[in-house]
Design a protein around this ligand. Structure first.
Ligand code: HEC
Ligand code: HEC
Ligand code: HEC
Length: 449
C-alpha cells in the first residue's frame, strides 16, 4: 500500500480550506482512484466475470432485480458524455444525466455528503483513469409501480436528506475525517443500519441511535458498529481502535475474521485505505455510544467466570453433552477449549459477533461451508476453515451450534435442525467458500496505487 501520502494530514481549519494543493492532473486522477476505492464503486458496478466498472451486477431488491450500469467513460454505453455537474448529481442526488431518478440501490443518500473537491477528483478518475468498455449491461425493468422512476422523488424527499459534509470544528479532526468516510463514501450504513418500512436506512448519520445499530442482511447479521461504551461490552465494543484498523485492513484481528458480504468490502475497498484514514474510521466508530444492553445482560465478571467454567469443563472431558463432544472433536484443535482462537489465524468464538448473532444463519453457513478470509496486500496467505457439511448431520450441527452459542461468555439462543436444513438447502451445490474468487478480474493487483 503506497496510498498513504495521497491524503496528507489535513492540518488545522476545515477539510475544505485545508485541501492539499495538487501538483498536476495525475495527482487528481490518483486521488480519484483512491476515493473510488473508499466508495467501493467497483463492487457494484462490475459483474463477476466482467470488466471493472462495466456494470451488469444483479442486485436483488424487495422491488425486483436491479442491474448496475456501465460507468466507464464509453460514450455510448457508459458515462463518457456526463458533464462533471451531471456526474455530481448522480452521486449526490441520485439523478441520471437525462434527469430520471436512480434507484436507491445506488447509495446516493450516503454519497450526498461528498465535497466538491472529492467529486471533482472522482470525475477526473472516471474520465481519464478508467478504460472505456463498449458493452451494455442488461436493462433494469421492474414491475409497476416500481418502474415509475418519478415515484422515487417522494422517497428522496422523505428519506434522502443528507447534506454536503461540514466538519465540526469542535471535534477531533481525524475523527471527523472518519465520519466523512463512514457516513459518505463508505456507505457503511447501507448494510449496518436497520431499514424501515420503505427500505430506507433508519438514520444516515451518527446523531441517531439507530445509525449503524446492526441489521439483518439476507439472513446474515451485519453487527452493530457503535463501538463506544454503554452496551453489553460484547462485539466491537470490546475492540480497541487498532483492532478495528487491523480488521478493515486485513479482514482479521485478535477477535474475529471476516465473513459474509463484508469479505468483499474489505477485499475491494477498506484494505486499500491508508492507515490514517482507517484510524479515523476507527475513532469515529469508537465515538458512537453503544446502545444500552438489555436488563439481563451479564456483567464482565460473570462473563469471565463463565468462560473459565466452559474451558475447564471441556478440558476435563467428563460427562460431555453431544454439542460439547462435537466441539472437542471437530473445532477445538483450531479454536481451543477456551474459545479464544489464535491471534489473526483462528478467530475467537467467545464473544464473537457472528456466533452470537440473533439470527444463527451466518454461524450455520460457516460450519457447513467453512470460510476463507480475503487475501489483502498485507496478508496474502489465507488459511481457510474446512466445511463440515459432508461430515455432520443437521441434528449434530444444531447441537454443536447451540453449545457454541451458549459456551464461555456467549449468551445466544439455541439452534434447531430445521434452521440448519434451511441454510443447507440455500447453499445447494455452491462452492464451499464464501469469499470472492481470488483469481477473478478484481484482484488486488489491479488499480493498487
Ligand atoms: C451498492 C451498490 C453501488 C455502489 C457501491 C455504487 N453504485 Fe453507482 N449505481 C448503482 C446502481 C444499481 C445504479 C443504477 C441504478 C438505476 O438504474 O436506477 C448506479 C448508477 C450510477 C450512475 C448513473 C449511471 C447511469 O447513467 O445510469 C453513476 C454515475 C454511478 N452509479 C456512479 C457510481 C460511483 C462513482 C460509485 C462509487 C463512488 C458508485 N456508483 C457506487 C449501484 C452502486
Ligand atoms: C455490503 C454490506 C456491508 C457494507 C457496505 C459494510 N459492511 Fe461491515 N459487515 C457486513 C457484514 C455482513 C458483517 C459480518 C461479518 C461476519 O459475520 O464475519 C460485517 C462486519 C463488520 C465488522 C466486524 C464487526 C464484528 O463485531 O465482528 C466491522 C468492524 C465492519 N463490518 C465495519 C464496516 C465499515 C467501517 C464499513 C464501511 C466502510 C462497512 N463495515 C460496510 C456487511 C457490510
Ligand atoms: C483447521 C482449523 C479449523 C477448524 C477445525 C475449525 N475452524 Fe472455524 N475457523 C478457522 C479459520 C482459519 C477461520 C477464519 C476463516 C474466515 O472466517 O474466513 C474460522 C472461522 C470460524 C468462524 C467465524 C468467526 C468470525 O469471526 O466470523 C466460526 C463461527 C467458526 N470458525 C466456528 C467453527 C466451529 C463451530 C468449528 C467446528 C465445527 C470450527 N470452526 C472448526 C479454522 C478452523
Amino acid at each position: 500500500m503506497t496510498t498513504r501520502y495521497l491524503i496528507p494530514l489535513l492540518a488545522g481549519g476545515t477539510l475544505l480550506s485545508a485541501m492539499p494543493a495538487f501538483a498536476d492532473n495525475d495527482d487528481i486522477v490518483k486521488r480519484g482512484a483512491y476515493l473510488a476505492r473508499a466508495g467501493d464503486c467497483v463492487a457494484c458496478h462490475s459483474s463477476p466475470q466482467g470488466k471493472p466498472f462495466a456494470g451488469g451486477l444483479r442486485i436483488e431488491s424487495p422491488f425486483g432485480t436491479i442491474y448496475s450500469t456501465n460507468i466507464t467513460p464509453d460514450k455510448e454505453n457508459g458515462i463518457g458524455s456526463y458533464t462533471e455537474e451531471q456526474f455530481a448529481a448522480a452521486l449526490r442526488e441520485g439523478k441520471r444525466a437525462d434527469g430520471a431518478n436512480l434507484y436507491p440501490a445506488m447509495p446516493y443518500p450516503s454519497y450526498a455528503n461528498l465535497t466538491d473537491e472529492d467529486v471533482h477528483a472522482l470525475y477526473a478518475y472516471f474520465m481519464q483513469g478508467v478504460e472505456p468498455v463498449a458493452s451494455q449491461p442488461p436493462k433494469t425493468s421492474l414491475g409497476f409501480p416500481f418502474n415509475q422512476r418519478w415515484g422515487i422523488s417522494a422517497w428522496n424527499w422523505l428519506f434522502a436528506d443528507a447534506e454536503p459534509f461540514t466538519p465540526q470544528a469542535s471535534h477531533d479532526e481525524l475523527t471527523e475525517r472518519g465520519r466523512y468516510l463512514v457516513e459518505g463514501l463508505g456507505h457503511c450504513g447501507s448494510c449496518h443500519t436497520p431499514r424501515g418500512i420503505a427500505q430506507q436506512e433508519k438514520a444516515l448519520g451518527g446523531d441517531s441511535e439507530a445509525y449503524l445499530a446492526g441489521a439483518n442482511l439476507n439472513g446474515w447479521w451485519a453487527p452493530s458498529l457503535r463501538a463506544g461504551d454503554g452496551g453489553d461490552g460484547q462485539g466491537i465494543e470490546s475492540w480497541d481502535t487498532q483492532a478495528i484498523v487491523d480488521y478493515l485492513e486485513t479482514g482479521r484481528n485478535v477477535h474475529a475474521t471476516v465473513g459474509g458480504e463484508m469479505t468483499s468490502v474489505i477485499a475491494h475497498s477498506t484494505s486499500y485505505l491508508s492507515e490514517r484514514d482507517l484510524m479515523g474510521i476507527a475513532q469515529y466508530l469508537k465515538s458512537l455510544p453503544a446502545n444500552p444492553a438489555s436488563d439481563d445482560a451479564a456483567s464482565t465478571e460473570v462473563r469471565e467466570q463463565a468462560t473459565d467454567e466452559t474451558a475447564a469443563h471441556l478440558t476435563a472431558a467428563k460427562n460431555l453433552s453431544e454439542g460439547e463432544r462435537l466441539y472437542v472433536d471437530n473445532c477445538a484443535a483450531c479454536h481451543f477449549n477456551a474459545g479464544e482462537g489464535a491471534d489473526r489465524v483462528f478467530p475467537q468464538l467467545d464473544g464473537n459477533s457472528l456466533t452470537n448473532a440473533e439470527n444463527p444463519a451466518g454461524l450455520i453457513h460457516t460450519i457447513l461451508a467453512g470460510a476463507r478470509p480475503p487475501a489483502t496486500s498485507k496478508i496474502p496467505a489465507q488459511l481457510p476453515m474446512p466445511g463440515f457439511s459432508w461430515r455432520l448431520s443437521d441434528e449434530e450441527i444444531a447441537s454443536l451450534a447451540t453449545f457454541v452459542r451458549g459456551a464461555w461468555s456467549n449468551d445466544a439462543g439455541p439452534v434447531t435442525a430445521e434452521q440448519v436444513d434451511e441454510v443447507r438447502d440455500a447453499l445447494g451445490d455452491t462452492p464451499l467458500s464464501r469469499a470472492p474468487d481470488p483469481n477473478g478480474s478484481l484482484n488486488h493487483e489491479d488499480g493498487d496505487q
